[in-house]
Design a protein around this ligand. Structure first.
Ligand SMILES: [Zn+2]
Ligand SMILES: [Zn+2]
Ligand SMILES: [Zn+2]
Length: 133
């Protein structure tokens, strides 16, 4: 019964791991190793700003890393070659937990839709259980 377990004294090793995690996002790490996103990762990921998103209608600028709720908003933010990225004019700006989104559907509305119960509430929670021993 010896040689099993982690040496708690290897502080240097822990620090190296922490540094690695901070500099490299695990999704990018997986992608560089396997050539594809992790199997449990749904959607798209930006290797520049490490933002993930799942909406197919959403678009992302890999230059300025602004994020858009629609392709149209993405097109509007960049007037054309030789121009600089800018906030898309005439599109709404949404502050979300994962950052700012321009255009598209209101993320709060999306969240409400997502959180709406998929199945009707069961009655079992209201009916007291009558169990006979
Ligand atoms: Zn990443
Ligand atoms: Zn841009
Ligand atoms: Zn980005």
């Amino acid at each position: 019964m010896s040689g099993i377990g982690i040496n708690p004294g290897s502080k240097a090793g822990l620090e190296a791991v922490a540094r690695m995690l901070a500099s490299l996002c695990e999704i990018c790490e997986y992608a560089s190793e396997h050539g594809s996103w992790p199997t449990d990762h749904r959607g798209t990921h930006c290797k520049g700003c490490h933002r993930s998103w799942t909406g197919l209608a959403q678009s992302h600028c890999t230059v300025c890393h602004r994020h858009f709720g629609s392709d149209a908003a993405g097109d509007a933010h960049w007037p054309g070659k030789g121009s600089e990225c800018q906030d898309p004019e005439g599109y709404r700006r949404y502050e979300t937990r994962s950052g700012v989104i321009f255009g598209g559907i209101d993320p709060k509305q999306m969240e409400a839709m997502r959180q709406s119960p998929r199945k009707p509430p069961s009655h079992s929670a209201e009916t007291p259980r009558t169990e006979t021993p």
